[in-house]
Design a protein around this ligand. Structure first.
Ligand SMILES: NC(=O)C1=CN([C@@H]2O[C@H](COP(=O)(O)OP(=O)(O)OC[C@H]3O[C@@H](n4cnc5c(N)ncnc54)[C@H](O)[C@@H]3O)[C@@H](O)[C@H]2O)C=CC1
Ligand SMILES: CCCCCC(=O)/C=C/C=C\C/C=C\C/C=C\CCCC(=O)O
Length: 258
């Protein structure tokens, strides 16, 4: 899929991984609606992008992925402004083992809310053009992070949900590909605030730091390139892309049928 003129939505776009996804999509020709709860950071990123690419290719929308109403309004505004939606990156996420219900609501339910509402604009069954949805999980979607059981559960949920949606899309003809991004540790605000968000698992902070030392820290550019590949490569559907400091590879899941 060539990105020139394509219309994308990125959640949690103002900072960190979402910002890097936004930048690489724009660099390759897409128009991007940036959805985030951090208005100051979102607007200041849009100013930077507008100087580089022109005002007509970006849109900042204050949107909390915990709110179905806000996501619905943001998708409608994007479609009205850009003329449809071809790409969705459900990326917004938090680490909070204390208020863990909120982590489930943002990380897992936010992805589900975003995906279901996007189908109304993207699915060929509802008059959309089809396209691609990339959901941000984590290496914690593929294996356990002992200091963060709920974070781990949400990310395993994102991987499973995305794979099931890919299969549903193929079976029913949505015309949408679904893939998951699974990076290891990346230097962002979420990463630097790990220690303060572990709740009852705070005693495992040192063990988590040892994991960081063992696994290393992933380059943001490798994370962004992985998303670009999953968006543009039409053969990628139902994939989970694992990104580590040493390699980038698609997960070989066990097969239970045929
Ligand atoms: N930093 C890391 O080591 C890794 C992060 N991830 C995942 O990547 C995604 C992005 O994380 P980072 O960039 O690291 O975090 P970050 O904290 O740097 O950025 C997250 C962005 O999402 C926004 N956001 C938070 N809650 C929101 C909500 N309810 N609605 C809309 N926007 C919201 C924030 O305002 C912020 O702009 C998350 O899903 C995270 O779980 C995955 C693997 C590794
Ligand atoms: C502490 C919270 C960090 C949150 C950011 C994030 O998602 C980072 C995760 C990075 C890696 C750790 C996750 C899970 C570990 C799973 C498997 C380890 C693989 C070890 C092995 O099999 O060799």
């Amino acid at each position: 899929m060539a990105l020139q003129g394509k219309c994308a939505v990125v959640t949690g776009a103002a900072l960190g991984i979402g910002r890097a996804i936004t930048e690489i999509l724009m660099k390759n020709g897409a128009k991007v609606a940036l959805l985030d709860v951090n208005q100051a950071a979102g607007k200041s990123l849009v100013e930077v992008l507008d100087k580089q690419y022109g005002r007509e290719r970006t849109l900042f929308l204050n949107c909390d992925v915990e709110s179905e109403e806000q996501i619905k309004a943001a998708f409608q505004k994007t479609a009205d402004t850009f003329g449809g939606i071809d790409i969705l990156c459900n990326n917004a996420g938090i680490l909070d083992e204390k208020c863990w219900e909120r982590a489930v609501s943002v990380n897992l339910m936010g992805v589900i809310r975003g995906t279901y509402l996007a189908l109304e604009h993207m699915s060929k069954l509802s008059g959309g053009r089809g396209g691609v949805i990339v959901n941000t999980a984590s290496l914690a979607g593929l294996g356990p992070l002992p200091s963060c059981p709920v974070y781990t559960a949400t990310k395993h949920g994102v991987v499973g949900f995305t794979r099931a949606m890919a299969a549903a899309s193929t079976a029913s003809g949505y015309g949408i590909r679904f893939n998951t991004l699974c990076p290891g540790f990346v230097q962002t605000d979420l990463y630097t605030s790990i220690k303060t968000n572990l709740g009852q698992f705070s005693d495992l902070a040192d063990a988590t730091q040892q994991m960081v030392e063992q696994l290393g820290v992933v380059n943001m550019s490798d994370v962004a390139e992985s998303v670009l590949e999953m968006v543009t490569d039409e053969t990628k559907n139902g994939e989970a892309c694992f990104v580590s400091p040493k390699e980038r590879k698609y997960v070989d899941f066990p097969k239970f049928m045929g």
